[in-house]
Design a protein around this ligand. Structure first.
Ligand SMILES: Nc1ncnc2c1ncn2[C@@H]1O[C@H](COP(=O)(O)OP(=O)(O)OP(=O)(O)O)[C@@H](O)[C@H]1O
Ligand SMILES: [Mg+2]
Length: 336
């Protein structure tokens, strides 16, 4: 365990101390022709060094926006984002370029976007190291291709490689400068499920053997088995986290998945949609603090009041019955 230094006393613990990825109240607003789209609205996320997590969520929920910010390709409109000690809201151009080359590796969904078509596999892996001026880059590139199981395809250009092979080379490229963090945006989106499983297994291996912290955006349910934590994003905020752990029982191992919600600093909480729908929660809910938990109930009294008010409004809108006891609807029927 780390001994407390006097500096720790001078700087009391901050949100995310010890985490390698810290997002706090992250906001990203896109403005297109005077119309604002809020892609991230106060997202909180902490990732510990050496974790491998999956980021899931409906289309348009803000997953790519988050990854682009963490990759130093985009800048948040508000909030805090810190990766491996680099504050992404404060970086100048020079630091940003270095950050993209040394601190984060990126793998995209489109296989063609990851590799330069006119370079061989090994030259592609060497490329990021060339910019860094590393002397032993050929040897290291070959080692990385070996790690991803493609040592024998080193001279092949991307067009001669299958989609899965291209993504494996892309992982080698992303790891070339030994970044502490690897970001992958739907890296298996264009692959069949067997090839996708190979690519995930490879990421798992990089995570275990190199200690790289990995964030994978995915729609693939297969991923849940490969990661210890799945973070769900809804409407630009972290909604739930599913943590998987293995329990040892007399009759063997069992994987247990537990769902968590994320409380922000102001104490706000987003309930999972299926909880809200199951109990018809809406508007105000009733809360009770118990010794070791907080209970949430539908506010029946409020719901009754709302229903009564609706009924009164409906009644007030109905035209009065005519003296013969016919409603206008009856009258219409008779005239036919
Ligand atoms: N450059 C941009 N300009 C304008 N709006 C954008 C831009 N990028 C993203 N958006 C909007 O921000 C929201 C979040 O988009 P984002 O691409 O992050 O979603 P996503 O979760 O990655 O979706 P998908 O699963 O389809 O890839 C969407 O409403 C999208 O239209
Ligand atoms: Mg996306």
């Amino acid at each position: 365990m780390r001994a407390h230094q006097p500096a720790d006393i001078a700087h009391p613990a901050r949100f995310g101390d010890g985490a390698i990825v810290v997002c706090e109240g992250l906001v990203r607003i896109f403005k297109v022709a005077e119309i604002e789209a809020v892609a991230l609205q106060g997202l909180d996320l902490l990732v510990e060094p050496g974790e491998m997590i999956a980021v899931v969520g409906a289309s348009g929920s803000g997953k790519s926006t988050l990854l682009n910010i963490l990759g130093g390709l985009d800048v948040p409109s508000a909030g805090r984002a810190v990766v491996a000690g680099h504050d992404l809201t404060q970086m100048g151009r020079g630091e940003r370029t270095r950050y993209r080359r040394e601190v984060v590796g990126f793998v995209w969904q489109q296989t063609a976007r990851n590799l330069l078509p006119y370079l061989s596999a090994v030259e592609n892996v060497e490329m990021p190291m060339t910019l860094d001026g590393r002397a032993d880059r050929r040897r290291r590139a070959l080692e990385l291709l070996d790690l991803v199981g493609l040592a024998d395809r080193a001279r092949a250009r991307p067009e001669r490689l299958s989609g899965g092979e291209q993504q494996r080379v892309a992982i080698a490229v992303a790891l070339a400068n030994e970044p502490p963090v690897l970001l992958a945006d739907e890296p298996t989106g264009e692959l069949d499920s067997a090839t996708a499983a190979e690519v995930f297994a490879l990421m798992r291996r990089a995570n275990r053997e190199l200690g790289t912290t990995i964030l994978i955006v995915t729609h693939d349910p297969l991923v849940a088995d490969q990661v210890s934590r799945t973070v769900a994003i809804r409407d630009g905020r972290t909604s739930t986290e599913t943590v998987r752990r293995t329990e040892i029982h007399e009759d063997g191992h069992r994987t247990v998945a537990e769902e968590f919600a994320v409380l922000d600093r102001a104490g706000r909480l987003q309930l999972p949609r299926h909880h809200v729908e199951a109990l018809h929660l809406a508007g105000r809910v009733r809360l009770r603090l118990e010794e070791d938990h907080v209970g949430v109930w539908p506010d029946d009294a409020a719901r009754q009041r709302a229903e009564d008010a609706r009924e009164r409004a409906d009644a007030a809108r109905k035209p009065p019955a005519d003296p013969a006891g016919q409603t206008p609807a009856d009258a219409t029927e008779e005239r036919r």
